[in-house]
Design a protein around this ligand. Sequence first.
Ligand code: PMP
Length: 397
Amino acid sequence: ASLFGAIEMAPRDPILGITEAFNADTNPAKINLGVGVYYDDKGKVPLLQCVQKAEAKLMEQPLPRTYLPIEGLAAYDKAVQELVFGAGSAVIQDKRAITVQAIGGTGALKLGADFLKRFVPGSDVYISDPSWENHRALFESAGFAVHNYAYYDAATHGVNFDGMLAALKAMPRASIVVLHACCHNPTGADLTQDQWTQVIAAVLEGGLVPFLDMAYQGFGAGIDEDGAVVRRFADTGMPFLVSNSFSKSFSLYGERVGALSIVSTSAEESARVLSQLKRVIRTNYSNPPSHAAKAVAMVLSTPELRKLWEEELAGMRVRIREMRSAMVEKLKEKAPGHDFEFVRQQVGMFSYSGLTKEQVGKLREQSIYAVDTGRICVAALNSTNLDRVVDAVAKVL
Ligand code: PMP
């Protein structure tokens, strides 16, 4: 018998499966609302000006491609740390935060998961119900048991906050709780600042281990506003982890640029944490790739490029909000009697539209692709395809 003869076929990735079906569709008017990618109004994935300028500068003085340090490019780690915690923040000044370059947000989560499995092996992991579809598999593959905590309330299209708080309070001490820092994927429903205050209190009280996942900084209310929750956790003095990603905010999906930060209670503890995290990296992929990290570090630390990035990111954020509003207004007209106002309230790239699996199936017959859960990517709507989407949605309601 063959060595691999008994291997069973793994289930298809639900989201990438939609893209496969979309690619196979020959209808020229097909629309893919399934993916988690920002498209501009022309339906293209942008290559940001700030990135192009940084890359051009890098090419003016081509350098040899030597290995980066295990923890990544120093200038990148520093710039990311200042972005995530705020330049001059106490955790940076006291050297209680360490930041390592990671292979995208996914790589940052996996480093954090592997690190936690070594040092808090007895804990379970809690993720929101629902959550980004890779969270569960990622923590399970690191060896953890993964549970859900209440999060989304389909009836209000918002957060079931009482349920969430009760779940946090019921978790055993030292449980690892994964929290979306902003722009919740897949629902688009975020906590208010007042709700965060209560979450932080419950996490402190219960001795939980917070792991903040920030994949969409700048897509909600703004760079600082979206990052505020990280600073609030830092202000408590408790240890926690933060993964962040530049896939969306720099439109650098395929370059795999992200970072993992870990906050400890002293500089001396942080040094030990970093030394162990480096071992996790070393035994996984040795050291990260250099190109995009150099470009991102240059953008973040060069004032005129930084300003350009902030403008370009604001452009993406504003366009998504405009699409939300336009969709709500058009649905008011085309589907009177149905209230879609919640789409305007949701934040970030996604909306849990409330469409059922059956309705999503009917949309697919019209070559419009969404996730079975009803998640649509608002960032894939544009002034050309919006009418067709709204008409199709009105028809399946
Ligand atoms: N966390 C969340 C909540 C995400 O939605 C994603 C995917 N965009 C990631 C992490 C992973 O990001 P990356 O593509 O940079 O690996």
